[in-house]
Design a protein around this ligand. Structure first.
Ligand SMILES: Nc1ncnc2c1ncn2[C@@H]1O[C@H](COP(=O)(O)OP(=O)(O)OP(=O)(O)O)[C@@H](O)[C@H]1O
Length: 257
């Protein structure tokens, strides 16, 4: 696990006078599930969006899979972009396309894969995330919230990525659905050897899926470590988060890890 797959150095993000990140450093190791936590507004989503190129930072460097994604030429950037998948909150599916078409869309747009192969590969992804085969013909609006999340995950897996970015994957799911989704992420991560960058508020998800946790506070990654290490961090927000009433509710799972 000593091999960084993402290396971020000196990252600064600003919106007008609001400084979200200042001199942020972070390494994500190959094959790990890294949970990114922090108070609301601490910049978790902005960090994810910056890594995948949806947000241009003011300063800093971001190396993903050996490519500096902030300075790479468009051809090289496309190659590295094809090696990751992103699942946004709510799934971010195209409402005018079926689930199968949504999952196949990156294959058409990015790799020019023919229609028959796209269909076969999309159906495979749909099965991998535990959706019934019949879901492929449905519109995203016909799906329950949990199924829509799975469809969003299937699309993130469209190009058989090495890195999976997940933005609050269990938000809005009931506890059983959330726990099933945690299990799915863990199973897929192991089966596919994925590196997972997971933004979450969900303490159960942190316990169930994450090898390491990175805490965003004070405009940077304040601390990284295992759940056991987080429990020993003597910083007010980190202590309150990992020792608060909700943390205690999630605690038995920690004991099992
Ligand atoms: N496009 C934007 N324009 C201006 N400000 C923005 C923009 N995107 C994010 N921000 C600001 O950046 C800060 C960090 O936002 P971000 O969504 O990353 O927080 P977060 O940690 O993911 O929060 P939450 O846990 O509530 O989702 C917030 O103050 C937000 O208002």
């Amino acid at each position: 696990m000593a091999d960084p797959i993402i290396t971020i150095r000196g990252l600064t993000n600003r919106f007008g006078k609001t400084v979200v990140h200042q001199g942020l450093d972070l390494d994500v190791m190959r094959g790990e599930v890294l949970g990114v936590v922090g108070a609301s507004g601490s910049g978790k989503s902005v960090l994810l969006r910056t890594i995948v190129g949806l947000q241009q930072p003011a300063e800093g460097s971001i190396d993903v899979l050996g490519t500096d994604v902030l300075t790479a030429d468009p051809a090289n950037l496309r190659i590295v972009q094809n090696r990751w998948g992103v699942m946004f909150q709510g799934g971010a599916l195209f409402s005018s396309l079926t689930v199968r078409e949504n999952v196949a869309a990156p294959m058409r747009e990015r790799l020019g894969i023919d229609a028959k192969t796209r269909t076969a590969l999309a159906d495979l992804r749909i099965a991998m995330v535990g959706l019934p085969a019949s879901a492929g013909d449905l519109s995203p609006s016909d799906l329950s919230g949990g199924m829509r999340k799975r469809a969003g995950l299937a699309r993130a897996l469209s190009l058989d990525p090495e890195i999976l970015f997940l933005d609050e994957p269990t938000a809005g799911l009931d506890p059983i659905g959330a726990s099933e989704f945690d299990d799915l992420i863990t199973a897929l991560q192991k089966a596919l050897g994925l590196t997972v960058f997971l933004v979450t508020h969900d303490l159960d998800t942190l316990h169930a899926t994450c090898d390491r946790i990175a805490v965003l506070a004070e405009k940077k990654v304040l601390v990284t470590g295992t759940m056991a290490e987080m429990l020993r961090v003597d910083q007010p927000w980190v202590h309150a988060y990992f020792h608060g009433p909700r943390a205690h509710a999630a605690q038995p799972a920690a004991g099992a890890n």
